[in-house]
Ligand binder design. Structure first.
Ligand SMILES: *Cc1c(COP(=O)(O)O)cnc(C)c1O
Length: 434
């Protein structure tokens, strides 16, 4: 390239301010911030200077890069979960319903989370969400919401058993994931664990013998991510009442009432009817809502927890309260719809996509995941691609997380919200070139 033509190219490269003022770029400045967009403009201008990009294409290149980086100032990217694991902890567990998303966005500005607009007086924080939860579980005399399931457990253990003993079955000393161990969490509150039974078996008399003046509570923890089979026995909640100490049941999954699709999964209503004084659960597992820790139980115990100083440190923010209430009052959230979709409907949807994209439809098996319904296999259908497609899908413009099994990449449709099928098709087309 001669000096003259290089100068000519340089003259034709649009100035930074000109590119920043182009409507699609200006819109992005308002959403992701000027500094980040300016870096992209400078990078595109450099490419044009090196002859890698036509000067006329600088703005388009910036717009394309903005699209690739995602639509917000945060680095978190929207991802299509085609892994077949409905509640994928690494993908943020339950996707929120449209109702919950819109409620969270509406609450994101200034909102009446703790003010009674009619009287101008201070209101009960998150009253709407708490009322919705109480209405969903009429057997609970009191309800409270903390940051997550672990926070709910910490609050219960601290308020009821700090400096005292928690009686817990040895087979329920579980590790949830990423090294999070329920017993370690409990001990961190200053409570002492009094283990009863053996790994595989525990009886009512083991609990009865361990309970004494130093007992703060009995805790039952649902082994939510493994199954013990063979010579086993656990003590049902209704046999643990009457020992004179509160019985706390950590059901984990957040089912509020029995779900026929998951007959072995514990739920809050059944646990309370069996005599549990307090139930703890997560909001972002099978309830299908935001990360939250639900505490449901006797009015007196819940009142004690709510008044405990630690409750303030574990309290949820307005976005969570809004999303939780909308999850409880709104239409069936995506995670529950995914669980309940009949296989035949899934197969039909998969075949339509397969025909459209020239791909193969296959049967596969999905799972609940995220600490719920261990061992439950959900019949599913998906699209089969070569193994190499899995990585390409992950790093595409609209990332898709698929599953690699039996020497192929499977895009499992059970964990994909049908509202996202057009997005999924576009992402698949980008990778297969179809
Ligand atoms: C998931 C789970 C927890 C932890 O809940 P988080 O909401 O992840 O803090 C505790 N106990 C059980 C039984 C669980 O399944």
């Amino acid at each position: 390239m001669t000096g003259v033509s290089t100068d000519d190219v340089r003259r034709r490269i649009p100035r930074t301010d000109t590119v920043l003022a182009e409507p699609p770029v200006a819109d992005a400045v308002a959403v992701v911030g000027r500094a980040r967009v300016k870096d992209l403009v400078v990078a595109a201008q450099d490419r044009a200077r090196r002859g890698e990009l036509a000067p006329e294409d600088v703005t388009d290149a910036v717009v394309a890069e903005l699209a690739r980086l995602g639509p917000t100032a945060a680095s978190l990217r929207p991802v299509i979960n085609a892994s077949g694991v409905l509640l994928h902890t690494n993908l943020g567990r339950a996707p929120l319903s449209r109702a919950a998303r819109e409620a969270a966005v509406a609450a994101a500005g200034t909102t009446d989370v703790e003010l009674d607009l009619a009287t101008g007086e201070r209101g009960r924080r998150g009253a709407g969400a708490l009322d919705a939860l109480a209405a969903a579980v009429p057997d609970a005399g009191g309800v409270h919401v903390a940051n997550n399931g672990a926070a709910a457990l910490v609050l219960a253990a601290t308020a009821l058993a700090a400096g005292r003993e928690i009686v817990i079955a040895r087979g329920e000393m579980v590790e949830i994931g990423d090294g999070f161990r329920v017993p370690d969490l409990l001990v961190s509150t200053g409570a002492r664990l009094r283990e009863v039974g053996t790994t595989n078996r525990v009886h009512r008399r083991d609990y009865a013998e361990a309970v004494g003046p130093d007992t703060g509570m009995i805790l039952k923890v649902h082994p939510s991510n493994f199954v013990v089979s063979g010579f086993t026995s656990a003590v049902p909640t209704d046999e643990l009442t009457g020992l004179g100490v509160p019985v706390v049941v950590d059901i984990g999954s957040g089912l509020l009432a029995p779900d026929p699709a998951l007959p072995d999964e514990p739920d809050a209503t059944s646990s309370l009817r069996a005599g549990a004084d307090l139930v703890t659960a997560s909001g972002d597992k099978l309830l299908g809502g935001p990360q939250a820790g639900l505490l449901l139980g006797s009015a007196e115990l819940v009142h004690r927890l709510r008044r405990h100083p630690l409750a303030r440190a574990l309290r949820v923010d307005k976005l969570t309260l809004a999303a939780l209430e909308a999850t409880l009052r709104g239409p069936e959230p995506p995670a529950r719809a995914m669980l309940h979709t009949p296989y035949a409907a899934l197969r039909e949807r998969t075949e339509a996509l397969a025909a459209e994209l020239g791909l193969e439809a296959v049967d596969c098996t999905a799972a609940v995941g995220g600490g719920g319904a261990p061992g439950v296999e959900l019949p599913s259908a998906g699209l089969a691609l070569p193994v190499a497609a899995a990585a390409a899908l992950r790093v595409g413009a609209d990332p898709v997380v698929a599953r690699v099994e039996h020497g192929r990449c499977v895009v499992d449709l059970r964990s994909v919200d049908p509202d996202d099928d057009a997005r999924l098709a576009a992402a698949l087309r980008a990778v297969t070139g179809s």
